[in-house]
Design a protein around this ligand. Structure first.
Ligand code: PLP
Length: 432
């Protein structure tokens, strides 16, 4: 039998003593709220309060929490096996997931490499690009090109392509590999993209012949600032990569599985990358899982090289439990009119967040798909603003200058309205 739950005081005390939270001090730990359960769009705190979740637990819980279909998939797989190694063995959950991903992602991405987390999927994407060029006798093509304000994860190679100012380059500058950075995409979503908008990227590509790949988040730059940029720009990036013989890696870890209104954000531009990363929402927020896909041409290129293989293989690769839940989550998503749900969220957010645009302290309000952002002019004190939201029965966790929401797609209109009005009210408190 599991031990009985700890009293909340004791839980919080032990948390402060032993549990290290993300981007947090262990010596002066930030306030945390104990959650005892979650169902639908609601988180239940230990003191009985319920919060409407505006974050989908870092953008992953598409179908809300404790979903009967995903629970059933987990129980069913548990009864067979929760894990088995993927070296020399295979199983239905992984094969089904790889087939689903190959079918649903943009054309030509047929080869699927499963792994544990988004950052690792980015490591693998970069390794694919480097091995590809090595196998072509172009080991000199070993640098990456990306745009500023990007975010690709917290492992070392992933950090090296995060924004050089807001990322952790100061801290780790001495050991991070050096890559090339172009200006962040300036034309906004819905705008066209002129020649000059791609000038920075074009210049770097023309000046260097050691570039293996361009890595970019399609349409939405997420943790780097929630910028929504022009689909035309992304088409331009694809053309430039083709012209200069450089691979294109799209990082759809944040945007994949419907968040921007298309199943994958690349579809806004009608382009297909050579290598694609997915993660976050892939299991509907149940377990950590990610995947890197590539074209047959990239796969053949890599495997024709000296190594004859992609040199990667995580211990828990293709974990059956995670794969079974991912299959259930993806099938649940595509079996329903999810586009309508996302469009309804987009419309409601547009209407409800709009009044914040008039506030002194607000720099911008923007909405795309199931993403709503109020950008403040000044940095936000996370702990105190988070607490204002909790007082209102909402779970919204700001970062930088941004108050944003990425709610579960199942949120109903009443809860979404409450959530969006709460965001506007807090923005007003910070600077009306
Ligand atoms: C979250 C994120 C990652 C990193 O994923 P983890 O699972 O946190 O390692 C990489 N790229 C993008 C675009 C992300 O949003």
């Amino acid at each position: 039998m599991p031990s009985p739950p700890l009293p909340t005081d004791e839980l919080l005390q032990l948390d402060r003593q032993h549990a290290w939270h993300p981007y947090a001090s262990a010596v002066e730990p930030p306030a945390v709220y104990p959650v005892v359960a979650a169902r639908g769009v609601r988180l239940q705190l230990a003191d009985g309060r319920e919060l409407i979740d505006g974050t989908s637990s870092w953008w992953s819980a598409l179908h809300g929490y404790n979903h009967p279909v995903l629970n059933a998939a987990a129980h069913d797989q548990l009864a067979r096996m929760s894990n088995v190694m993927f070296g020399g063995l295979t199983h239905p959950a992984a094969v089904k997931l790889c087939t689903l991903l190959a079918r649903l992602t943009p054309a030509a991405l047929n080869r699927v490499f499963l792994c544990d987390s988004g950052s690792v999927a980015v490591e693998i994407a970069i390794k694919m690009a480097l091995q590809f060029w090595q196998a072509q006798g172009r080991a000199d093509k070993c640098r990456l090109l990306t745009v500023r304000s990007g975010y690709h994860g917290d492992t070392f190679m992933a950090m090296s392509v995060c924004d050089p100012v807001d990322g952790m380059h100061q801290l780790f500058g001495g050991i991070l590999p050096r890559h090339y950075f172009a200006d962040k995409p300036s034309p906004r979503f819905g705008e066209t993209c002129g020649e000059h908008d791609l000038a920075s990227l074009r210049q770097v590509l023309a000046a260097h012949d050691d570039i293996a790949a361009v890595i970019i988040e399609p349409i939405v730059q997420g943790a780097g600032g929630m910028h929504f940029y022009s689909a035309d720009y992304l088409r331009g990036v694809r053309e430039l990569c083709d012209r200069h013989g450089v691979l294109l890696i799209c990082d759809e870890i944040a945007t994949g599985f419907g968040r921007t209104g298309k199943l994958f954000a690349c579809e806004h531009a009608g382009i297909s990358p050579d290598i694609l990363c997915v993660g976050k929402a892939i299991t509907g927020g149940y377990l950590s899982l990610a995947a890197t896909l590539c074209t047959d041409a990239v796969a053949a290129g890599i495997c024709g090289g000296g190594a004859g293989a992609l040199m990667h293989g995580p211990t828990f690769m293709g974990n059956p439990l995670a794969c079974a839940i991912a299959c259930a989550s993806i099938e649940l998503l595509i079996s329903q009119p999810w586009q309508r749900a996302v469009a309804a969220i987009e419309n409601r957010l547009r209407i409800e967040l709009e009044p914040a645009r008039e506030f002194q302290g607000v720099a911008d309000v923007r909405v795309l798909g199931a993403i709503g952002v109020i950008e403040m002019k000044n940095p936000i004190a996370v702990a105190s603003v988070q607490d204002r939201f909790v007082q209102r029965g909402l779970w919204v966790r700001p970062f930088g200058n941004l108050i944003y929401t990425m709610p579960p797609f199942i949120i109903d209109d009443a809860d979404l309205t409450t959530l969006a009005r709460g965001m506007v009210a807090v923005a007003a408190e910070l600077g009306a």
